[in-house]
Design a protein around this ligand. Sequence first.
Ligand code: AMP
Ligand code: MG
Length: 502
Amino acid sequence: MMWSTPMLQATPGDPLAGGNPRQVPGVCWSRCDATAMPNAEMRLWNDELAASLGGLQSNPSIWVGGHLIEGMEPYAHRYGGHQFGNWAHQLGDGRALSLGHVKTPSGLTEVQLKGAGRTPYSRSGDGRAVLRSSLREYLCSEAMYYLGVPTSRALSLCTTGEDVRRDMFYDGRPAMEPGAIVTRTAPSFVRFGSFQMLAADGDVDALHTLMEHVVTTHEPDHHVNDDAGVVAWLTDVAKRSAEMVCGWMRHGFVHGVMNTDNMSIHGLTIDYGPFGWVEAHDPSWTPNTTDLPGRRYCYAAQPDVVGWNLARLLEAMAFTMNDPELLHAVMEVYREAYRSARQQAWIERLGLDEWNEEDELLVRDLQQFMYDSKVDHVPLLRHLGEGVTTSEALHDAGIIYAAEPDHVSIDSWIEQWLERTSGAPNLAVMQRTVPVFTPRNWVLQLAIDDAEQGDWNKAEELAERLMRPFERLDEDEGAWWSGPRPNWALSRPGCSMLSCSS
Ligand code: AMP
Ligand code: MG
């Protein structure tokens, strides 16, 4: 197994290793050691990912940073970001620690621990992560992978054997919680905010260096030595970001904290925190309590927010260009890429042959119905894809949460839809593209409740189940994770509302 740290070789770094939180202008990273966790235990290990990374060993001391393999050199990324629309200046990996990259047939993969202790970017934080958020990240990122949504992946989850103090609702009632560390992977964990930070430093040389490093290491087909090359690369960034957010929208995923520091330059879903899945359809739904006042990151806002974040990235990259005006075209590409990805998603989800102008009305009427009747939209589409086409049967399925659903009927919409598809919607495509299983918050919470008591069975079952999200399985019948959202989930913390306190 060959480990390397290409970023440390190619980009400017902090002359000091470790140490107290501080400002480190003009650099991309700081070397830093993990905090010793002698009581770590391996709880979840991703055999399939470990094999694809060349046969990694599941020794827990490696995956809490206590035992370094030759070639590993732990470091924290430095980046900044716009948080809820405001420039927050230097943030950086306050509790993430990269061990290095492994070489795979499809390129280099960065391997990062989340929760391994304080770094120069921890500010007032403790550098730790709690079990509940670690389990959520592990299971959800893997679920997204199998759903086909671009994402970081999860290699392992270790408990640390140490408790962490968290004020879960920021209401002055902190409690001790079990700590954990997830090991996650991506080509790199470079973010939009990594570039923004160097632009904010006014360090154009460093900005150039980081761009060249990312492109030569991960996208060798691109060459960013002139304006045209930079625009071509950013065009790909825009397209990938559009693909990613379209994946979120199609499966009802709400990230919850789409700050520019949480936007991967590779167009991957990263930094799973207070995310959620829309249940009773509501475009303005957000899972994040911190987001409630403005709903900046609510379900329906996500495509525009990615566009906004992309614009901030382009502003930073403008410093590398002779003619920054050329970057306007990239925004246009983003809008067009999202528009066509969305159309394709609806073609598949409604079993259409192609997209017609009038289909926009069909979609709008369906969304209106789903909103009025508080319908869980993914299972609704799946039921339609299974040939369930009467209002009565859909009500019986329990996926319509309105107290009095009878006042809105889906019959007339179904009639329109069947007319549009000449009575033969492409059910096979619908079944291939609308999942049976997504890891809803209440399901994750049940696994967390048990894991906190030392029982990992539910977590392991979910880690298995999520690998075949589009398959209706016999084991699902009556399984604890199947069926509509139970009523208790409406008021249970972690199910109906989440904070960033993780
Ligand atoms: P996140 O909400 O996880 O994307 O984190 C936003 C910023 O806060 C990043 O710079 C994190 O590294 C930092 N951060 C979050 N939690 C902690 C923590 N427990 N200790 C130190 N830094 C943290
Ligand atoms: Mg983050």
